[in-house]
Design a protein. Structure first.
Length: 421
């Protein structure tokens, strides 16, 4: 439980306001960016496999389209609500601005427990949700993508439903699709790839010349955490702990990442993993408090707050999940000189990968896997360098710098476009 009284969205707005004012902008400049442009709440009555009817609620929020079409994932989870989707939509607008890709920010969600739905129920729910949000999404309007508990197959259903409804082939309406439907091979690993690149850049600054063998702890073994762990391991880092929903695996000498990756890739949880020599099981709380060089929370939001931040022993924290560290916990880390690479920079690899998929769909051209990864790297590293430059110029932490960069780009675009009518 966080001690912070402000909701995550209010806290973000406050940071956005400060980020704008620090650069001399006035309320007239930033006021248009302090409100979501459009919020849609929908309900989906679904016939369940047993013949009964269940009504689900969902949202699609376009926080900003000032820099381009709305962009952002769709999450399926029990705690999805308007407020959470609004925060996440706002963060997408900031993220796309930080790495300078031509999108605004949006997010969607359906309040449901996908583990309790059959595949057919999941498909009916997804198609019904797509029909309800179809009036506001589109290749040039708003482009959804996967997020928590959604995947390529679900994106395929969205693409199909939308295209049939509109009577057009609209590959660019959604990203993170299966390859046969216009997806990009590199998209799935793109978030973890970006996390690895940002971690490596940060490490070069924090531990110059001593990258080899640095001890990394990763919370989360999904599409982001596992990929980042694997790629960091390949670069010579020592992954000493990783966790999933059932708890963590820990080996101070370095984990057997290939075996753990093979286990997780087979969709098996760690509670049925047979640990290698020297590897032991630990709890999630123990994992966060491990003595390490780099901590990468890559699971859920709200993992580090004032209640547990004092137990952290990392020297650098990279936010791979959305919002894993509360603002007051971040202040605590900042005061102790522990840098945090913020989510709105560190996990942008996913949306950058989506952008490239969308470019491929619109142009009907295909990048080679090498060119695709090269582009992801160029875009995220340019964003990283711009954040570092901003942090140096204003002597602020990386999150404040990322917010300032995003606000500057959003405000300048708003001013150039003008207020109409
Ligand atoms: N859901 C991912 C995120 O939070 C990716 C969004 C996208 O690809 O549009 O950044």
């Amino acid at each position: 439980m966080s001690h912070s009284k402000k909701s995550p969205f209010e806290a973000t707005l406050e940071k956005m306001r400060i980020a704008a004012e620090r650069q001399g902008y006035t309320p007239d400049d930033y006021a248009p960016l302090m409100h979501p442009e459009r919020e849609l709440a929908v309900s989906m009555p679904i016939r369940m496999d047993d013949g009964s009817i269940q009504v689900f609620e969902g949202y699609r929020i376009q926080y900003s389209t000032v820099r381009g079409p709305g962009k952002g994932g769709i999450r399926y989870a029990l705690d999805v609500d308007l407020e959470e989707v609004r925060s996440l939509a706002c963060w997408m607008a900031l993220k796309c601005a930080v790495v300078d890709i031509p999108y605004g920010g949006a997010k969607g969600g359906v309040t449901c427990d996908p583990t309790q739905l059959s595949k057919m129920e999941l498909e009916r729910l997804t198609r019904s949700y797509t029909m309800k949000i179809a009036p506001i999404i589109g290749e040039m309007e708003d482009v959804p993508a996967p997020d928590m508990n959604t995947n390529a197959e679900i994106m395929g259903w969205i693409y199909d439903t939308y295209s049939k409804l509109k009577g057009v082939i609209s590959r660019g309406v959604v990203t993170g699709k299966p390859l046969e439907l216009g997806g990009s091979a590199g998209r799935q690993a793109a978030t973890g790839y970006g996390v690895m690149l940002c971690t490596h850049e940060a490490v070069k600054e924090v531990f110059p010349g001593q990258e080899e063998g640095l001890r990394v702890v990763v919370q989360g073994a999904g599409n982001v955490g596992m990929v980042a762990a694997k790629l960091l391991h390949e670069r010579g880092y020592k992954i000493i702990a990783i966790s999933d929903v059932t708890g963590g695996l820990y080996n101070p000498e370095g984990l057997e990442i290939e075996a753990i990756n093979a286990h997780a890739s087979a969709r098996k949880l760690f509670d049925i993993y047979t640990p290698g020599t020297g590897t032991q099981r630990i709890s999630n709380a123990e994992l966060l408090g491990l003595d390490c060089d780099v901590l990468i929370p890559a699971a859920l939001g709200g993992q580090v707050d004032l209640d547990n931040v004092a137990s952290l022993k990392c020297k650098l924290l990279v936010e791979a999940a959305n919002g894993p560290v509360s603002p007051d916990a971040e202040d605590w880390l900042f005061e102790r000189g522990i840098p945090v690479i913020p989510d709105i920079l560190a996990n942008t690899g996913g949306v950058i990968g989506s952008y490239l998929e969308w470019v491929e769909n619109l142009s009907q051209l295909k990048l080679t896997p090498e060119d695709y990864n090269k582009q992801v790297a160029t875009i995220i590293l340019n964003g990283y360098a711009a954040v570092v430059a901003m942090a140096k110029e204003y002597q602020v932490c990386y999150r404040d710098a990322a917010q300032m960069l995003a606000m500057k780009r959003l405000i300048e675009t708003t001013k150039q476009r003008g207020i109409w009518p």
